[in-house]
Design a protein around this ligand. Sequence first.
Ligand code: MN
Length: 264
Amino acid sequence: MSLSALSYPSEALSFSSSIRCPLIGLSPGLDTDDGDLRLRPAYLHAVREAGGCPVVLPFSSSDPCKAQSESSFLAAQMDGLLLTGGPDPHPFLYGEETLSGCGSVSMLRDRTDLALFSAFFKLKKPIFGICRGAQLINTALGGTLWQDIPSQIPESLLCHNQPYAPNLTAHQVSVCPQSLLYQITGQSVLAVNSFHHQAIRVPGTGLMISALSSDGVCEAVEYPEHPFLLGVQWHPERLTGTGENAKAAQSLFDHFCACCQQGV
Ligand code: MN
């Protein structure tokens, strides 16, 4: 076979010669039962649809020095960080003991996500947190979490763990008009899906609450002093495409990737 027969199609060549698309680092998902790397393709798909190139990052080394230097290196190479969903952050991260309603945790994911957050935050690179990712941002900045909404906020009647398909919305959130979230979506009320039993309790230093559900649970936070640091409690990557409110969901990824592209 000749070399030319092995080369990429012309579209691929023109793609490589055009402006480089932003590299979006994704925190790796973990199967807590068998330790396998596991990440829903919906995250990668939503990033690609927004013009980004998704790159699943490695778990941190157990050696703190290596973990820090590798995270700094990765943050320098990538244009933005997407902190994905997953198990509950360990309550020790925000100075609490484990309550009976707390779910499974992963020290490996906590270590990895915190090292990545710190490295990208230092470089002021865009960071987008989804579900656990939003909670991780909050704990990294010194905030606390509700370990279990049903047992700690029994007066809440909203179902935050919907018993049906993730491409359907489950409840609404009120969006703060002065927020980046409002700027991006243009909507003061958003219908969202819901797959969480924990939530942000006290926001971390510098964070503002950008959306609340009707039971007063924090559904989004952002850091106004940063070009793009946003955490949402719902799963927009599972609402894109043909899901309900797909446009608002995709707009979050579009804006995130555009910020990454601009190098802010
Ligand atoms: Mn919810």
